[in-house]
Design a protein around this ligand. Structure first.
Ligand code: PHE
Length: 379
Protein backbone atom coordinates (compact mmCIF):
# COMPACT_ATOMS: atom_id res chain seq x y z
CA UNK A 1 0.00 0.00 0.00
CA UNK A 2 2.83 2.34 0.94
CA UNK A 3 4.63 1.86 -2.35
CA UNK A 4 1.35 2.26 -4.23
CA UNK A 5 0.92 5.64 -2.60
CA UNK A 6 4.51 6.50 -3.43
CA UNK A 7 4.00 5.68 -7.09
CA UNK A 8 0.72 7.57 -7.12
CA UNK A 9 2.49 10.59 -5.71
CA UNK A 10 5.26 10.38 -8.30
CA UNK A 11 2.63 10.02 -11.03
CA UNK A 12 0.77 13.12 -9.84
CA UNK A 13 3.99 15.16 -9.66
CA UNK A 14 5.05 14.08 -13.16
CA UNK A 15 1.57 14.84 -14.50
CA UNK A 16 1.71 18.29 -12.89
CA UNK A 17 5.13 19.08 -14.35
CA UNK A 18 3.97 17.86 -17.75
CA UNK A 19 0.88 20.05 -17.70
CA UNK A 20 2.80 23.11 -16.56
CA UNK A 21 5.45 22.84 -19.23
CA UNK A 22 2.98 21.44 -21.73
CA UNK A 23 2.10 22.91 -25.06
CA UNK A 24 2.61 26.65 -25.05
CA UNK A 25 -0.48 28.59 -26.01
CA UNK A 26 -1.01 32.05 -27.34
CA UNK A 27 -3.86 33.67 -25.48
CA UNK A 28 -4.50 37.39 -25.84
CA UNK A 29 -6.73 39.36 -23.47
CA UNK A 30 -8.81 42.34 -24.54
CA UNK A 31 -10.11 44.91 -22.06
CA UNK A 32 -12.64 47.42 -23.41
CA UNK A 33 -15.76 49.33 -22.30
CA UNK A 34 -18.46 47.13 -23.84
CA UNK A 35 -21.20 48.64 -21.69
CA UNK A 36 -21.56 51.97 -19.90
CA UNK A 37 -21.25 55.57 -21.06
CA UNK A 38 -18.77 54.99 -23.91
CA UNK A 39 -19.94 51.65 -25.22
CA UNK A 40 -19.52 52.55 -28.91
CA UNK A 41 -15.77 52.78 -28.13
CA UNK A 42 -15.75 49.22 -26.79
CA UNK A 43 -17.78 47.83 -29.64
CA UNK A 44 -15.46 49.30 -32.28
CA UNK A 45 -12.34 48.08 -30.50
CA UNK A 46 -13.74 44.58 -30.06
CA UNK A 47 -14.85 44.33 -33.70
CA UNK A 48 -11.43 45.30 -35.01
CA UNK A 49 -9.55 43.09 -32.54
CA UNK A 50 -11.62 40.09 -33.63
CA UNK A 51 -11.08 40.91 -37.30
CA UNK A 52 -7.29 41.01 -36.87
CA UNK A 53 -7.30 37.71 -34.97
CA UNK A 54 -9.62 35.98 -37.43
CA UNK A 55 -7.39 37.04 -40.32
CA UNK A 56 -4.28 35.71 -38.58
CA UNK A 57 -6.00 32.45 -37.63
CA UNK A 58 -7.20 31.95 -41.20
CA UNK A 59 -3.57 32.09 -42.26
CA UNK A 60 -2.74 29.36 -39.75
CA UNK A 61 -2.22 31.44 -36.62
CA UNK A 62 1.06 32.73 -35.21
CA UNK A 63 4.17 30.52 -34.91
CA UNK A 64 1.99 27.59 -35.94
CA UNK A 65 -0.57 28.09 -33.15
CA UNK A 66 -4.14 29.34 -33.40
CA UNK A 67 -4.63 32.51 -31.37
CA UNK A 68 -7.00 32.19 -28.44
CA UNK A 69 -8.54 35.22 -26.78
CA UNK A 70 -10.54 36.36 -23.77
CA UNK A 71 -12.58 39.57 -23.83
CA UNK A 72 -13.42 41.56 -20.67
CA UNK A 73 -15.78 44.50 -20.20
CA UNK A 74 -14.41 47.28 -17.96
CA UNK A 75 -17.58 49.43 -18.22
CA UNK A 76 -15.24 52.45 -18.52
CA UNK A 77 -14.50 52.11 -14.83
CA UNK A 78 -10.95 51.98 -13.33
CA UNK A 79 -11.84 49.36 -10.66
CA UNK A 80 -13.57 47.07 -13.17
CA UNK A 81 -10.56 47.48 -15.47
CA UNK A 82 -8.15 46.47 -12.68
CA UNK A 83 -10.28 43.40 -11.85
CA UNK A 84 -10.31 42.44 -15.52
CA UNK A 85 -6.51 42.70 -15.66
CA UNK A 86 -6.07 40.47 -12.59
CA UNK A 87 -8.48 37.91 -14.02
CA UNK A 88 -6.76 37.83 -17.41
CA UNK A 89 -3.32 37.45 -15.88
CA UNK A 90 -4.00 35.08 -12.97
CA UNK A 91 -6.92 33.02 -14.18
CA UNK A 92 -6.80 33.04 -17.97
CA UNK A 93 -2.99 33.18 -18.07
CA UNK A 94 -2.85 35.44 -21.11
CA UNK A 95 0.47 36.15 -22.82
CA UNK A 96 -0.40 39.79 -23.52
CA UNK A 97 -3.22 42.32 -23.18
CA UNK A 98 -4.74 44.72 -25.69
CA UNK A 99 -6.46 47.59 -23.86
CA UNK A 100 -7.93 49.32 -22.26
CA UNK A 101 -9.56 52.12 -24.21
CA UNK A 102 -10.07 55.10 -21.91
CA UNK A 103 -6.92 56.40 -20.21
CA UNK A 104 -8.50 56.31 -16.74
CA UNK A 105 -9.02 52.54 -17.19
CA UNK A 106 -5.67 51.93 -18.89
CA UNK A 107 -3.67 53.58 -16.09
CA UNK A 108 -4.56 51.00 -13.40
CA UNK A 109 -4.27 48.16 -15.94
CA UNK A 110 -0.79 49.39 -16.91
CA UNK A 111 0.35 49.22 -13.30
CA UNK A 112 -0.87 45.64 -12.91
CA UNK A 113 0.68 44.52 -16.21
CA UNK A 114 3.98 46.17 -15.34
CA UNK A 115 4.08 44.45 -11.93
CA UNK A 116 3.22 41.08 -13.42
CA UNK A 117 5.57 41.51 -16.41
CA UNK A 118 2.80 41.15 -18.97
CA UNK A 119 2.90 43.19 -22.17
CA UNK A 120 0.03 45.62 -22.63
CA UNK A 121 -0.71 47.63 -25.76
CA UNK A 122 -3.44 50.21 -25.45
CA UNK A 123 -4.86 51.04 -28.85
CA UNK A 124 -6.40 54.36 -27.88
CA UNK A 125 -5.34 55.73 -24.48
CA UNK A 126 -3.61 59.02 -25.14
CA UNK A 127 -2.76 60.23 -21.63
CA UNK A 128 1.03 60.25 -20.97
CA UNK A 129 0.58 58.55 -17.56
CA UNK A 130 -0.37 55.24 -19.18
CA UNK A 131 3.25 54.50 -20.10
CA UNK A 132 5.09 56.84 -17.69
CA UNK A 133 5.10 56.78 -13.87
CA UNK A 134 4.58 59.89 -11.74
CA UNK A 135 8.39 60.06 -11.26
CA UNK A 136 8.89 60.19 -15.01
CA UNK A 137 10.29 56.68 -15.48
CA UNK A 138 9.00 54.43 -18.22
CA UNK A 139 6.78 51.37 -17.62
CA UNK A 140 8.70 48.97 -19.84
CA UNK A 141 5.89 46.46 -20.51
CA UNK A 142 3.43 49.11 -21.65
CA UNK A 143 3.00 50.30 -25.24
CA UNK A 144 0.41 52.14 -27.30
CA UNK A 145 -0.66 52.54 -30.92
CA UNK A 146 -1.87 56.16 -30.69
CA UNK A 147 -0.26 59.58 -30.31
CA UNK A 148 -0.35 61.25 -26.88
CA UNK A 149 -2.33 64.21 -25.55
CA UNK A 150 0.41 66.86 -25.36
CA UNK A 151 0.48 66.53 -29.17
CA UNK A 152 -3.30 66.28 -29.52
CA UNK A 153 -3.79 69.42 -27.39
CA UNK A 154 -1.23 71.31 -29.41
CA UNK A 155 -2.81 70.30 -32.71
CA UNK A 156 -6.22 71.54 -31.51
CA UNK A 157 -4.81 74.81 -30.13
CA UNK A 158 -2.76 75.51 -33.26
CA UNK A 159 -5.76 74.85 -35.49
CA UNK A 160 -7.92 77.18 -33.38
CA UNK A 161 -5.33 79.98 -33.50
CA UNK A 162 -4.13 79.67 -37.09
CA UNK A 163 -7.06 78.33 -39.05
CA UNK A 164 -10.02 79.62 -37.05
CA UNK A 165 -8.18 82.84 -36.07
CA UNK A 166 -9.42 82.41 -32.50
CA UNK A 167 -8.16 84.83 -29.86
CA UNK A 168 -10.00 83.54 -26.78
CA UNK A 169 -11.10 80.14 -25.49
CA UNK A 170 -13.07 78.75 -22.54
CA UNK A 171 -12.44 75.20 -21.31
CA UNK A 172 -14.79 72.95 -19.30
CA UNK A 173 -13.45 69.60 -18.08
CA UNK A 174 -14.17 66.57 -15.86
CA UNK A 175 -11.67 66.90 -13.02
CA UNK A 176 -11.82 63.16 -12.19
CA UNK A 177 -10.95 61.89 -15.66
CA UNK A 178 -7.22 61.71 -16.46
CA UNK A 179 -7.74 62.01 -20.21
CA UNK A 180 -10.18 64.93 -20.02
CA UNK A 181 -8.18 66.86 -17.44
CA UNK A 182 -4.91 66.19 -19.26
CA UNK A 183 -6.20 67.29 -22.63
CA UNK A 184 -7.76 70.43 -21.09
CA UNK A 185 -4.37 71.37 -19.63
CA UNK A 186 -2.38 70.57 -22.77
CA UNK A 187 -4.77 72.63 -24.91
CA UNK A 188 -4.55 75.51 -22.43
CA UNK A 189 -0.73 75.53 -22.44
CA UNK A 190 -0.45 75.42 -26.23
CA UNK A 191 -3.20 78.00 -26.80
CA UNK A 192 -1.48 80.43 -24.44
CA UNK A 193 1.96 79.75 -25.90
CA UNK A 194 0.53 80.56 -29.32
CA UNK A 195 -0.68 83.96 -28.09
CA UNK A 196 -4.30 83.06 -27.30
CA UNK A 197 -6.11 83.87 -24.08
CA UNK A 198 -7.92 81.34 -21.89
CA UNK A 199 -10.84 83.32 -20.49
CA UNK A 200 -12.37 80.50 -18.43
CA UNK A 201 -10.99 77.20 -17.12
CA UNK A 202 -13.56 75.37 -15.00
CA UNK A 203 -14.17 71.80 -13.93
CA UNK A 204 -17.20 69.62 -13.29
CA UNK A 205 -17.74 66.12 -11.84
CA UNK A 206 -18.33 62.91 -13.73
CA UNK A 207 -21.99 62.56 -12.75
CA UNK A 208 -23.01 66.18 -13.39
CA UNK A 209 -25.86 66.61 -15.83
CA UNK A 210 -26.85 70.23 -15.37
CA UNK A 211 -24.21 72.61 -16.68
CA UNK A 212 -26.24 75.81 -16.59
CA UNK A 213 -24.16 77.49 -13.86
CA UNK A 214 -20.89 76.88 -15.70
CA UNK A 215 -22.36 77.74 -19.08
CA UNK A 216 -23.77 81.03 -17.76
CA UNK A 217 -20.17 81.98 -16.94
CA UNK A 218 -19.09 80.93 -20.43
CA UNK A 219 -21.79 83.14 -21.92
CA UNK A 220 -20.59 86.11 -19.91
CA UNK A 221 -16.99 85.83 -21.17
CA UNK A 222 -18.19 85.14 -24.74
CA UNK A 223 -15.16 83.16 -26.02
CA UNK A 224 -14.31 82.43 -29.67
CA UNK A 225 -13.83 78.74 -28.79
CA UNK A 226 -15.51 76.52 -26.22
CA UNK A 227 -13.15 73.56 -25.75
CA UNK A 228 -14.86 70.39 -24.46
CA UNK A 229 -12.28 67.60 -24.14
CA UNK A 230 -14.69 64.94 -22.78
CA UNK A 231 -16.24 61.80 -24.30
CA UNK A 232 -19.25 61.97 -26.60
CA UNK A 233 -22.04 61.43 -24.03
CA UNK A 234 -20.97 64.39 -21.87
CA UNK A 235 -20.03 66.54 -24.84
CA UNK A 236 -23.48 65.97 -26.36
CA UNK A 237 -25.15 67.08 -23.18
CA UNK A 238 -22.98 70.18 -22.67
CA UNK A 239 -23.19 71.22 -26.33
CA UNK A 240 -26.98 71.09 -26.26
CA UNK A 241 -27.23 73.14 -23.08
CA UNK A 242 -24.68 75.65 -24.41
CA UNK A 243 -26.70 76.36 -27.54
CA UNK A 244 -29.93 76.55 -25.52
CA UNK A 245 -28.32 79.30 -23.48
CA UNK A 246 -27.42 81.14 -26.67
CA UNK A 247 -23.65 80.49 -26.62
CA UNK A 248 -22.35 80.94 -30.16
CA UNK A 249 -18.68 79.98 -29.64
CA UNK A 250 -17.17 77.41 -32.02
CA UNK A 251 -17.15 74.08 -30.21
CA UNK A 252 -13.96 72.03 -30.23
CA UNK A 253 -12.77 68.80 -28.66
CA UNK A 254 -10.56 65.74 -28.94
CA UNK A 255 -10.75 62.11 -30.04
CA UNK A 256 -13.43 61.46 -27.39
CA UNK A 257 -15.90 63.04 -29.81
CA UNK A 258 -15.52 60.15 -32.24
CA UNK A 259 -18.87 58.38 -32.02
CA UNK A 260 -21.92 58.15 -34.29
CA UNK A 261 -23.90 58.76 -31.06
CA UNK A 262 -22.66 62.35 -30.65
CA UNK A 263 -24.81 63.95 -33.39
CA UNK A 264 -27.72 61.84 -32.16
CA UNK A 265 -27.39 63.19 -28.62
CA UNK A 266 -26.49 66.77 -29.50
CA UNK A 267 -28.46 67.25 -32.73
CA UNK A 268 -27.94 70.67 -34.31
CA UNK A 269 -25.81 71.80 -31.34
CA UNK A 270 -22.73 69.91 -32.54
CA UNK A 271 -22.97 71.09 -36.17
CA UNK A 272 -19.78 72.87 -37.21
CA UNK A 273 -17.86 71.59 -34.18
CA UNK A 274 -14.23 70.56 -34.77
CA UNK A 275 -12.27 67.73 -33.16
CA UNK A 276 -8.84 66.16 -33.40
CA UNK A 277 -8.64 62.50 -34.32
CA UNK A 278 -6.32 59.66 -35.31
CA UNK A 279 -7.51 58.89 -38.79
CA UNK A 280 -10.15 59.70 -41.37
CA UNK A 281 -11.97 57.05 -43.41
CA UNK A 282 -11.86 59.59 -46.27
CA UNK A 283 -8.06 59.30 -46.43
CA UNK A 284 -7.37 58.14 -50.02
CA UNK A 285 -4.30 56.04 -49.05
CA UNK A 286 -4.58 52.47 -50.30
CA UNK A 287 -4.17 50.94 -46.81
CA UNK A 288 -7.02 53.07 -45.46
CA UNK A 289 -9.42 52.35 -48.31
CA UNK A 290 -8.69 48.62 -48.17
CA UNK A 291 -9.29 48.63 -44.41
CA UNK A 292 -12.57 50.60 -44.69
CA UNK A 293 -13.81 48.14 -47.35
CA UNK A 294 -12.86 45.11 -45.27
CA UNK A 295 -14.42 46.39 -42.05
CA UNK A 296 -17.57 47.54 -43.82
CA UNK A 297 -17.96 44.16 -45.48
CA UNK A 298 -17.75 42.42 -42.12
CA UNK A 299 -19.68 44.80 -39.86
CA UNK A 300 -21.82 46.89 -42.21
CA UNK A 301 -20.41 50.21 -41.03
CA UNK A 302 -17.44 52.49 -41.51
CA UNK A 303 -14.64 51.94 -38.97
CA UNK A 304 -14.08 54.84 -36.59
CA UNK A 305 -10.66 55.78 -35.18
CA UNK A 306 -11.08 53.37 -32.27
CA UNK A 307 -11.60 50.40 -34.57
CA UNK A 308 -8.66 51.43 -36.70
CA UNK A 309 -6.31 51.84 -33.75
CA UNK A 310 -7.43 48.52 -32.26
CA UNK A 311 -6.62 46.79 -35.54
CA UNK A 312 -3.23 48.55 -35.60
CA UNK A 313 -2.48 47.58 -31.98
CA UNK A 314 -3.38 43.93 -32.54
CA UNK A 315 -1.26 43.69 -35.70
CA UNK A 316 1.60 45.38 -33.82
CA UNK A 317 1.37 42.75 -31.08
CA UNK A 318 1.19 39.83 -33.52
CA UNK A 319 4.17 41.19 -35.45
CA UNK A 320 6.19 41.45 -32.24
CA UNK A 321 5.30 37.87 -31.30
CA UNK A 322 6.49 36.67 -34.69
CA UNK A 323 9.69 38.68 -34.37
CA UNK A 324 10.23 37.32 -30.85
CA UNK A 325 9.61 33.83 -32.20
CA UNK A 326 8.13 33.11 -28.79
CA UNK A 327 4.96 33.50 -26.74
CA UNK A 328 6.95 34.46 -23.65
CA UNK A 329 5.95 37.89 -22.35
CA UNK A 330 9.57 38.93 -21.74
CA UNK A 331 10.57 38.11 -25.32
CA UNK A 332 7.48 39.83 -26.71
CA UNK A 333 8.35 42.93 -24.70
CA UNK A 334 11.88 42.94 -26.04
CA UNK A 335 10.71 42.53 -29.64
CA UNK A 336 8.21 45.38 -29.21
CA UNK A 337 10.84 47.66 -27.74
CA UNK A 338 13.07 46.97 -30.74
CA UNK A 339 10.45 48.05 -33.29
CA UNK A 340 11.41 51.61 -34.20
CA UNK A 341 9.06 52.18 -37.13
CA UNK A 342 5.82 50.49 -38.03
CA UNK A 343 3.32 50.92 -40.87
CA UNK A 344 -0.25 50.90 -39.65
CA UNK A 345 -3.61 51.68 -41.23
CA UNK A 346 -3.73 54.97 -39.32
CA UNK A 347 -0.31 55.94 -40.69
CA UNK A 348 3.35 55.30 -40.11
CA UNK A 349 4.36 55.12 -36.45
CA UNK A 350 7.79 56.20 -35.29
CA UNK A 351 8.30 55.44 -31.60
CA UNK A 352 9.95 58.14 -29.48
CA UNK A 353 12.39 57.45 -26.62
CA UNK A 354 9.46 56.70 -24.30
CA UNK A 355 7.88 54.26 -26.71
CA UNK A 356 5.13 56.70 -27.65
CA UNK A 357 4.11 56.84 -31.31
CA UNK A 358 4.82 59.99 -33.24
CA UNK A 359 2.22 60.19 -35.99
CA UNK A 360 -0.15 62.48 -37.89
CA UNK A 361 -3.41 63.80 -36.46
CA UNK A 362 -6.46 64.81 -38.44
CA UNK A 363 -8.99 67.56 -37.86
CA UNK A 364 -12.60 66.52 -38.35
CA UNK A 365 -15.78 68.61 -38.37
CA UNK A 366 -19.40 67.59 -37.77
CA UNK A 367 -21.34 68.50 -40.90
CA UNK A 368 -24.91 67.35 -41.56
CA UNK A 369 -24.61 65.01 -38.59
CA UNK A 370 -21.45 63.35 -39.90
CA UNK A 371 -17.77 63.60 -38.94
CA UNK A 372 -16.11 65.03 -42.04
CA UNK A 373 -12.39 65.31 -42.84
CA UNK A 374 -10.90 68.82 -42.73
CA UNK A 375 -7.12 68.52 -42.74
CA UNK A 376 -4.10 66.47 -41.63
CA UNK A 377 -1.54 67.86 -39.18
CA UNK A 378 2.00 66.43 -39.11
CA UNK A 379 3.96 66.27 -35.84
N1 PHE B 1 -7.95 59.01 -26.11
C1 PHE B 1 -9.04 58.62 -25.26
C2 PHE B 1 -8.47 58.37 -23.85
O1 PHE B 1 -7.31 58.28 -23.70
C3 PHE B 1 -9.76 57.41 -25.78
C4 PHE B 1 -10.29 57.56 -27.17
C5 PHE B 1 -9.47 57.33 -28.29
C6 PHE B 1 -11.58 57.95 -27.42
C7 PHE B 1 -9.94 57.47 -29.60
C8 PHE B 1 -12.06 58.09 -28.71
C9 PHE B 1 -11.23 57.88 -29.81
O2 PHE B 1 -9.17 58.26 -22.90
Amino acid sequence: MRSFLKYLLIFVVVLFIFCESGEKKLKIGLIAPLTGDVKTFGESVKNAFLLAIEEANQKGGILGKKIEYVICDDKNDPTEAANAAYKLINQDKVNAIIGSVASKASIPVSEICEQNKIVMITPTSTNPKVTIREDGTRKIYIFRACFIDPFQGKVAATFALNNLKAKTAAILYDVGNDYVKGLAEFFKTSFEEGGGKIVLFESYQKDDVDFSALLTKVKQVNPDILFLPDYYTKVGLIAKQARQLGITATLMGGDGWDSPELPKIAGEAIEGGYFTNHYSPEDPRKEVQEWVRKYQERYGKIPDALATLAYDATILLLTAIEKANSFEPEKIRKALSEIKEFNTVSGKIVFDENGNPIKDAVIMQYKNGKATYVTTIHP
